[in-house]
Write a protein that binds this ligand. Structure first.
Ligand code: PXG
Length: 481
């Protein structure tokens, strides 16, 4: 007699891992977790020694826009994880999709003449959603990998076009494109470059269009022209025949929530066209509804040659990312490129792709992108505007559910804090202690909550920030040099 294999029951409630009381290590209390964490876990972008002394806050479960830590305290996640949990936490549809896909086909790859339905379907869907002309997709696992892929494609493209000397990619100061050797070089974070002998050759940087910082008295349109002009200056000084591409985030996220002045992107596009420089939109943060349109490129009417997607693509539920490739580059790579020697074991992972598809379907079904544009984005901005008169607040800026509140030392004389970042970090710590996650980039307080956030939750977020600003203001004498 042969045993009948168990039939997977997709409707059966899944075991609740968060309610697990005893892990293999035996850790149960917050103190246990902190000790184990400090002993073995090297955190990204962290000072390990300082963190080990202070101890990490261990997050054990989440629902909607709320996190719970290992002490059972509820924390409002004003950053959607790392700008990614667009549909909010605790979505059973995504869990069931992953379980179903893992039951049917937990893994297969796209190498060596194979494909999987989720990867094919996701590619089709991304082509449908993104601006016209981006008809091909290279699937990867992270925004860094997607940008790395684009660098390799762009250079291969120009070599095939008979212009191999077009290798330089221009990005912006404080632009963030990821953390591998290549994309850390492309990022304009000088502190990152100082570790490990970066940047690699053939990356250049221009100043970011940060009007409040550098030219608060210049009218926005004039500043847009001036700031886009920095690209033209760079192209001319490098030599137009050496410049392969310009890359930028429609709104700079990790660099300080820098919202471009009106007309900036149109001028950038014009300059790229003039010098035949490929235009790459890094939509890792701006994509999937954050700016109130599907992509920042829709908001700013950018027609990029290539586009990077990650984060909101799966709302962070699975690591998945994509390099969108426009017709011009794709035609050359496909017709004349031969074998493209690039890819990762889990490029186009079927479970990640299935979850991404379901995540997009939630965004569509629930009209979340329209909600950001028409309702909740404007509400967040209107609430933040009320902080403008606070003595620490220099500027409130944002678009959709991306918002920044830049702190300033002296409004009348337009002077900033020194050392940069200490006051912002203090304000962030106060927010966190008061149970709201807000990010500090230098001295700008940044928020990017899940797109499902309610008005009452925005009120809590803004009230917490307001209180933290007061606490930070009281701390000032101890913070300044
Ligand atoms: N491009 C942009 C615009 C990003 O914001 C990446 C690429 C790299 O993606 P991966 O998936 O490789 O991390 C990012 C990532 C922060 C923070 O604290 C921001 C990111 C990642 C981690 C932290 O602001 N952005």
């Amino acid at each position: 007699m042969t045993a009948t294999p168990p039939i997977p029951d997709h409707d059966r409630p899944l075991p609740d891992a968060a309610s697990r009381t005893c892990w293999e290590s035996g850790a149960q209390s917050s103190a246990d977790w902190r000790a184990l964490d400090a002993a073995h876990n090297l955190h990204p972008f962290s000072d390990h020694k300082a963190l080990a002394t202070e101890g990490s806050r261990v997050i054990t479960r989440a629902e909607g826009v709320w996190l719970w830590d290992s002490d059972g305290t509820r924390v409002l996640d004003g950053m959607a994880g790392l700008w990614c949990v667009n549909v909010g936490y605790g979505r059973p549809e995504l869990v069931q999709t992953a379980a179903r896909q893992m039951t049917e086909l937990p893994y297969y790859n796209l190498f060596f003449k194979t494909a999987t339905p989720p990867a094919i379907e996701l590619s089709r869907k991304l082509v449908e959603l993104t601006p016209p002309g981006l008809n091909h997709v290279f699937l990867v696992n992270s925004g860094s990998e997607a940008n790395d892929t684009i660098i390799r494609m762009v250079r291969h493209f120009w070599a095939l076009e008979g212009q191999p000397e077009r290798r330089v990619i221009i990005a912006r100061d404080n632009g963030y494109h990821g953390s591998t050797l290549a994309v850390a070089s492309m990022s304009g974070m000088t502190a990152m470059h100082k570790q490990g002998g970066l940047p690699l050759p053939d990356f250049a940087h221009i100043r970011e269009p940060h009007r409040f910082k550098v030219a608060p008295n210049t009218p926005p349109e004039a500043f847009a022209h001036e700031a886009a002009g920095w690209l033209e200056e760079a192209i001319l000084s490098i030599g137009p025949g050496r410049v392969a591409a310009f890359i930028g985030e429609p709104i700079q996220g990790a660099g300080g929530l820098i919202v471009p002045p009106p007309g900036y992107w149109a001028e950038i596009q014009r300059i790229c066209t003039k010098y035949d420089v490929l235009l790459i939109a890094d939509e890792v943060i701006c994509g999937f509804g954050r700016t109130g349109q599907w992509f920042g490129s829709d908001t700013y009417r950018i027609r990029p040659d290539m586009m990077t997607l990650a984060k909101g693509l799966s709302s962070g539920y699975m690591p998945v990312a994509a390099a969108m490739v426009g017709d011009r580059v794709a035609a050359t790579l496909i017709d004349r490129g031969g074998e493209f020697l690039h890819g990762f074991t889990s490029s186009g992972h079927p479970t990640a792709c299935a979850v991404a598809l379901e995540n997009i379907s939630i965004l569509e079904r629930e009209g979340l992108v329209d909600r950001v544009r028409e309702d909740i984005g404007p509400y967040l901005m209107s609430r933040l505007e009320t902080l403008r008169d606070h003595p620490l607040v220099g500027e409130v800026r944002g678009q959709g559910l991306l918002a920044g509140v830049e702190l300033i030392r002296d409004k009348a004389h337009h002077t900033f804090f020194s050392p940069v970042g200490r006051v912002g970090a203090r304000c962030r710590d106060h927010c966190f202690r008061n149970n709201a996650v807000v990010r500090a980039v230098y001295d700008t307080m940044v928020m990017a909550p899940p797109l499902v956030i309610g008005r009452d939750e925005i009120d809590i977020l803004v009230d917490t920030l307001s209180h933290a600003l007061d606490q930070t203001h009281q701390d000032l004498p101890r913070l300044l040099d």
